[in-house]
Write a protein that binds this ligand. Structure first.
Ligand code: JFZ
Length: 587
């Protein structure tokens, strides 16, 4: 990890050096790169942050002129093709009198979140901060007339919560020369005009007016050239060398990597630091009809999953136009915070797992001399852990310090557990080991995946608005034919798979509901085409059974995701998919 990290700071350093000065060669730490490296190390320790999508879109909240729009709420201007002159009118009604920076920052703290990222300007182009560069901003264009970002930055600083801005640098539906709005502006674009006239001045305002920023979170790169992006990066680093930049600045110019939203790598990913931006329901910006809240158990499990694979979790809230974070979001976040208050030692500052994960029973994080086992799906009275070669001196539950009895034989460890979990969400067992860093047998290391690999519904990204996860059976269901986005499960290998794989599916289906065609596909990066396997769901008498699928699929390191869906009819509504298994073909 450490070697990789310093290697990465050298790359960051090289970037900065090449554009800023010929001060020194990569490897001989210059000031700016040091700042980035240190900021990354800090970012890696804090693990958990609050994302806030707040803007004019909170007024329509998913509905425009009596029509309800599917999809993410902050995209309503685009989805409904609302003319700029009409959308602008929302500003005159935006008056979030219930906004209270202290309450928001306190909620983040109660949730155990150690950084906050808020939309300073989303794709709709409206600045949620006081801006001299564009009058289309919350101070000059709304009855509210105040800059909430000043108060929020201060409230975070007071609590030692890192503060950062989301800024849509490429799409701006309010501007004729930015990307996105072709209903008002069908003509050709000159991105340079938009960049010089709005992006650079506003980014400068954000980096000079709100104290030290932990990070700036750019999004959806597209039109901007490599040269323009390099200049944008340089601008940020010249103003605040320690402000991190996410990969969505484009052209590989970020300091750390963003996964797709709600997308968690299937195994440990340690090539560089990364972050998962994720929603609590199915939208980022507030939508009044979206009550599809994720279960706290699911989120606590995902936090452990992400941290054990080397990532950070950036979890979103979408406040209302009055400035209130929805009650359901608050409740969920405080539940996570209660778990963290007891078990935070196993999360903050922890390193990722040295093991690969054979199933979804446990995840693992590490600190010097300690291995934390996060038991997410209770295995009954015994947990077997294979591959740990370090001698275990002591084992105990983190929540109550009670000892856990165990037997160790070679690299096999058996832990005796009670019949029921100690914690309803994630019971952490601490193993004190005789080595500073755990020694792990070759075959169990995180970069050595077994020939048979299970991809569980539990760890997949759920696409589509109808698909549901059923906690009781650990399976996904309601794969009905969708109006827009398909109801599918997506898994992200991020380079961990390379070869030809046969596939098995493990699912249940009542005999009378059988017959739906299913599809397993690999999405090739940079290509519209997918490689696919197709078959038909056979009845299983309602029990979970595994069945082989005919054929094989090729998965390459650059491929984006693997999907499972039943896209053609609704008979499949009650099919439950537990997992798919990839079986690597020899050779
Ligand atoms: C973008 C935005 O368009 C969206 O409104 C929201 O702000 C989200 C956090 O980011 O949406 C994306 C961008 C990238 C991916 C998916 C959604 N991606 O790479 O998978």
């Amino acid at each position: 990890m450490f070697i990789r990290r310093s290697l990465f700071s050298c790359i960051a350093l090289a970037l900065v050096v090449s554009v800023e000065a010929r001060a020194c060669l990569p490897g001989t730490a210059a000031q700016p790169a040091d700042a980035t490296g240190e900021a990354l190390a800090h970012f890696d320790r804090i693990k958990f942050g609050m994302f806030i999508h707040w803007g004019l879109y909170a007024i329509p909240a998913g509905e425009w002129k009596g029509k309800y729009y599917r999809g993410i709420g902050e995209w309503i201007m685009f989805r409904a093709r609302i003319p700029v002159r009409e959308y602008e009118q929302l500003a005159s009604r935006f008056n979030p009198l219930k906004f209270n920076a202290e309450e928001w920052a306190q909620l983040a703290q109660d949730a155990g979140m150690r950084y906050m990222v808020i939309t300073s300007k989303h794709h709709d182009g409206f600045a949620m901060f006081g801006s001299k560069a564009s009058r289309y901003n919350i101070v000059d264009a709304t009855p509210y007339g105040r800059d909430p970002m000043k108060e929020l930055a201060a409230a975070c600083a007071k609590r030692n919560i890192g503060f950062g801005f989301y800024y849509s640098q490429d799409q701006d539906w309010h501007e004729p020369h930015a990307r996105g709005n072709d209903w008002d502006f069908p003509h050709e674009r000159k991105p340079e005009i938009y960049l010089r006239g709005k992006v650079f001045p506003q980014v400068k305002e954000l980096l000079t007016g709100y104290g030290p920023l932990s990070l700036i979170w750019f999004d959806t790169p597209g039109l901007l050239s490599e040269k323009q992006v390099t200049e944008l990066r340089q601008l940020v680093k010249s103003l605040q060398p320690s402000c991190l930049i996410n990969s969505r600045i484009g052209h590989n110019k970020g300091d750390y990597f963003q996964t797709g939203d709600n997308a968690i790598p299937i195994q440990v990913y340690s090539r560089m630091k990364w972050e998962v931006p994720a929603t609590l329901n199915d939208t980022w910006g507030y939508k009044k009809n979206d009550q599809n809240w994720k279960d706290p158990a699911d989120l606590i499990g995902k936090l452990a999953d992400i941290v054990s694979k080397g990532g950070n979790y950036l979890l979103n809230v979408g406040p209302t136009a009055e400035g209130v974070i929805p009650e359901a979001s608050q409740r969920i976040l405080r539940t996570i915070g209660k778990w963290l208050a007891v078990n935070g030692e196993s999360i903050y500052g922890a390193s990722p797992s040295p093991f690969h994960f054979p199933d979804i029973t446990w995840r693992c994080t590490v600190k010097p001399g300690r291995v934390y086992l996060h038991i997410l799906n209770w295995p009954g009275r015994q947990l077997m852990l294979n591959g740990l070669e370090s001698r275990v001196r002591r084992a105990y539950f983190l929540a109550n310090r009670r000892p856990v009895t165990f037997r160790q034989k070679g690299s096999a460890l058996a832990l005796d557990l009670p019949a029921e979990p100690v914690d309803p969400y994630n019971t952490v067992v601490v193993l004190e080991i005789a080595d500073e860093t755990p020694r792990v047998a070759e075959a169990y290391r995180h970069d050595r995946l077994p020939a048979r690999l299970d991809l569980y519904a539990w760890s997949a990204r759920l696409r589509g608005e109808e698909i549901r996860y059923d906690r009781a059976t650990l399976s996904a269901t309601n794969f009905v034919k969708a109006e827009t986005e398909r109801n599918e499960l997506w898994w992200y290998p991020y380079g961990s798979l390379d070869g030809e794989y046969e596939v098995e599916i493990t699912y249940s289906c009542e005999d009378q509901a059988a017959g739906s065609p299913f599809r397993i596909a690999v999405q090739r990066s940079g290509q519209a085409s997918r490689e696919e396997l197709r078959g038909r769901i056979e009845g299983t008498g309602g029990r979970f059974l595994s069945r082989g699928v005919e054929g094989a699929i090729r998965i390459r390191p650059g491929d984006q995701y693997i999907s499972f869906g039943l896209p053609e009819d609704d008979r499949s509504a009650k099919v439950r998919l537990w997992k798919i298994t990839l079986v690597r073909r020899a050779g």
